[in-house]
Design a protein around this ligand. Structure first.
Ligand code: ADE
Ligand code: ZN
Length: 321
C-alpha cells in the first residue's frame, strides 16, 4: 500500500475514537456492564438516522471512561492510528462536560489526555493541539463554569470549540463564554452548518469570532456566505463519512465536497468520530477520491489545506508542508 499522504487532522473528537474493543476492555476494568453483550452487537448499533441518534450512543458509551488511565489509553490508541493514517499534526476536540456531568473531575480528563499528548511527537511523530468544546445543548452558564475549571490549565489548551446537538442551539447562546475565552488568549472554532442553517455559520463568525468552521457544508445554501468564506480564507473542516452516516448527505457520491472546492473555499478533510463513522482520516481521503473522482492533485491540495488551516506555528507548518 502507498504511504498515506502527510496531513493534519483538525476535526476529531477524542471520545469519538473509542473503538468497541476498547470500550469493552475499559468496561471490564471499571466493573461496568454495558447494555451490549459483545463487540459485534455494539457495532450493530452504529446505524444512525441523524446527529441526535448518534449523540445518544456517543454519550452512553462514554460511561466507560472513568480514570486518568482510561483517557490516556483512549488518546494513545488514537495517536497510534492517526500516525498510520499519515497524520503529522492533530488538533483534537474533547468534551469535558460529558464527563464532569457524570462525576468525572475535569482534571482527571485533562491529565489523562495530556499525559498521552506529551509523548506524541517523540512516539508517533504527531504534533498536537487540544480544543476544549462546549456542549451547545447544555446551558451557557455550564459552559462558563467549564471555562473557569480550565483556567488553571491554559498551557494545555489551544482553542475552544462548540459541538453537540446543533439545531435549536445557535452560536448566539455562547457569545459571552467565547468572549471570555478570547480574553484568556484561546483561539475559537465552532461546529456550524452541519445540520443547522447558514445563519448559524454567520453567527459563529460574527458573534463567536470563530476562525474555522467545523463542517460548514450548509454554507452552500447561501451564496453570499460562500463568497465571504472564500474571500476571508476561513477554513471548513469537512467530514465526509460523518455527513453520510448522520444523513446530512445522502451518499458519498453526492457529497458537496467538489462544489465547496470549486467555490474556492479552504476545505479540509477530517474523520470527526472515526470509530463510529467507518473510517479514519485517510480512509475519508480514499473514500472521496473513489466516490467523487478527485485527482491525486486534488488530494494533495486538500492535505496542504489542512496544514494551512491549522494553528501550527509558521516554523512547524513550513517544516511539514
Ligand atoms: N460531537 C461529536 N461529534 C459531533 C458532530 N459530528 N457534531 C456535533 N457534535 C459532535
Ligand atoms: Zn464534530
Amino acid at each position: 500500500m502507498h504511504m498515506p499522504i502527510p496531513k493534519a487532522e483538525l476535526h476529531v473528537h477524542i471520545e469519538g475514537t473509542l473503538e468497541p474493543e476498547l470500550a469493552f476492555d475499559l468496561a471490564r476494568r471499571n466493573g461496568i456492564t454495558l447494555p451490549y453483550s459483545e463487540v459485534e452487537e455494539l457495532r450493530a448499533a452504529y446505524s444512525f438516522s441523524d446527529l441526535q441518534s448518534f449523540l445518544n450512543l456517543y454519550y452512553e458509551l462514554m460511561d466507560v471512561l472513568r480514570t486518568e488511565e482510561d483517557f490516556r489509553d483512549l488518546t494513545l490508541a488514537y495517536l497510534a492510528r492517526a500516525a498510520s493514517q499519515g497524520v503529522r499534526h492533530a488538533e483534537i476536540f474533547f468534551d469535558p462536560q460529558a464527563h464532569t456531568s457524570r462525576g468525572v473531575p475535569f482534571e482527571v480528563v485533562l491529565e489523562g489526555i495530556t499525559s498521552a499528548l506529551k509523548t506524541s511527537e517523540d512516539e508517533y511523530g504527531v504534533s498536537t493541539a487540544l480544543i476544549l468544546c462546549f456542549l451547545r445543548d447544555r446551558p451557557a452558564s455550564e459552559a462558563m463554569e467549564t471555562l473557569v475549571a480550565a483556567r488553571p490549565h491554559l498551557e494545555h489548551l489551544s482553542a475552544v470549540g462548540l459541538d453537540s446537538a446543533e439545531v435549536g442551539h445557535p452560536p448566539s447562546k455562547f457569545t459571552e463564554v467565547f468572549d471570555a475565552a478570547a480574553q484568556l488568549g484561546l483561539r475559537r472554532v465552532a461546529h456550524a452548518g452541519e445540520e443547522g442553517p447558514p445563519e448559524y455559520i454567520r453567527e459563529a463568525l460574527d458573534l463567536l469570532g470563530a476562525e474555522r468552521i467545523d463542517h460548514g457544508i450548509r454554507c452552500l445554501d447561501d451564496p453570499d456566505l460562500v463568497t465571504r468564506l472564500a474571500e476571508s480564507r476561513t477554513p471548513l473542516t469537512v467530514c465526509p463519512f460523518s455527513n453520510v452516516r448522520l444523513r446530512a448527505v445522502d451518499t458519498l457520491d453526492v457529497h458537496p465536497l467538489p462544489a465547496l472546492m470549486e467555490a474556492g473555499l479552504l476545505v479540509t478533510i477530517n474523520s470527526d468520530d472515526p470509530s463510529y463513522f467507518g473510517g479514519h482520516v485517510h480512509d475519508n481521503f480514499l473514500g472521496v477520491q473513489e466516490h467523487l473522482g478527485l485527482s491525486n492533485e486534488d488530494l494533495r491540495s486538500l492535505a496542504r489545506n489542512s496544514f494551512t488551516a491549522s494553528f501550527l506555528s509558521e516554523e512547524r507548518r513550513s517544516a511539514l508542508i
